[in-house]
Design a protein around this ligand. Structure first.
Ligand SMILES: Nc1ncnc2c1ncn2[C@@H]1O[C@H](COP(=O)(O)OP(=O)(O)OP(=O)(O)O)[C@@H](O)[C@H]1O
Ligand SMILES: [Mg+2]
Length: 279
């Protein structure tokens, strides 16, 4: 398959729910190793629900202190003593993000992070057939890198204008700056009581629609027990909707991203814009 980042710009749209859901379904549907990277160093939903309390994490890898090999763990979810998803591994987020080593300028910092990420992802590609990255809300440098390393991005929106407009702006900006293509969009938390058609039209401006996930109490019930809904309630409406999204993702033909080229492109475009504004 390839590398897919899950993004949604606004907080709480269901990025982590969808990231965990589609990863679990892909691991069940495709007999190949799959890795879920928890890229949210602040909320750490994936880490808490799938592989709690680990010594070595993404934070250590990004800081250049540890190798990614030390930070990849089997997903710990089990039933009656057996691993539920034996093909699924997790790279936990860890704590606060620390700039890698002693970067003495912004450019040195960018260069260092770019090298660490490129190496890590290219090594991981050799080990895992599919890599899904859960990213945090909003746009920060660490967020952009987590998206730039992906072949394509899956956007998760809710049926409201705030969420859809913010995601559309992000998708257009990523395309313009780094030519990052969307894999598709998922409309999450759709209440049974609304007419979904106008919302489907709006989200389809972001990317091709890969599915709608209903607003489903099972998701919150599972969250409170610190479990992904697909593990706690595999036959719930939200879980089954994510299975359909996973099937569509499996049909995508992804082209591996060239991270150094992408970031160079973005830096050049930003520099050109700053220069144009100055003159
Ligand atoms: N389909 C759904 N039905 C009902 N509740 C949902 C659904 N999807 C997500 N939720 C609930 O919404 C909340 C936010 O979900 P989640 O953590 O997946 O969002 P997020 O976009 O990853 O948030 P953040 O921006 O903090 O990373 C959780 O409490 C979750 O239980
Ligand atoms: Mg999240």
């Amino acid at each position: 398959m390839g590398v897919i980042s899950i993004s949604g710009t606004k907080g709480g749209t269901g990025k982590s729910t969808v990231a965990m859901g589609v990863t679990i379904w892909i691991s069940k549907l495709r007999p190949k190793p799959i890795l879920l990277i928890d890229g949210d160093l602040h909320v750490r939903s994936v880490e808490l629900k799938m592989c709690p309390v680990r010594d070595v994490t993404l934070t250590d890898v990004l800081a250049g202190k540890k190798s990614w090999e030390d930070a990849v763990y089997a997903c710990e979810l089990e039933s009656e003593g057996e691993l539920l998803y034996p093909r699924l591994a997790v790279l936990p987020a860890g704590g606060r993000f620390l700039p890698p080593m002693k970067a003495d300028s912004h450019l040195a910092y960018l260069d260092l992070t770019r090298r660490i990420f490129s190496r890590m992802i290219s090594d991981l590609r050799g080990k895992f057939d599919t890599i899904i990255i859960d990213t945090p809300a909003s746009i920060s440098y660490e967020h952009i890198i987590l998206i730039a390393v992906a072949d394509q991005v899956l956007y998760v929106c809710e049926p409201n204008d705030d969420s859809i407009k913010a995601t559309l702006a992000t998708a257009q900006g990523l395309m313009r700056l780094m030519e990052i293509e969307p894999a598709g969009v998922v409309l999450n938390r759709v209440p049974g009581s609304i007419d979904v058609k106008p919302w489907l039209e709006k989200v389809s401006k972001i990317a091709p629609l890969l599915g709608t996930v209903p607003d489903d109490d099972s998701v919150g019930d599972a969250f409170r027990d610190n479990l992904p809904v697909v593990a706690a309630y595999p036959d719930s409406p939200a879980s089954l909707a994510m299975k359909e999204v996973a099937k569509k993702l499996l049909r995508l033909k992804l082209k591996p991203a060239e991270l150094p080229k992408r970031l160079d492109l973005a830096i050049k475009k930003v520099a050109a814009r700053v220069e144009a504004e100055r003159t």
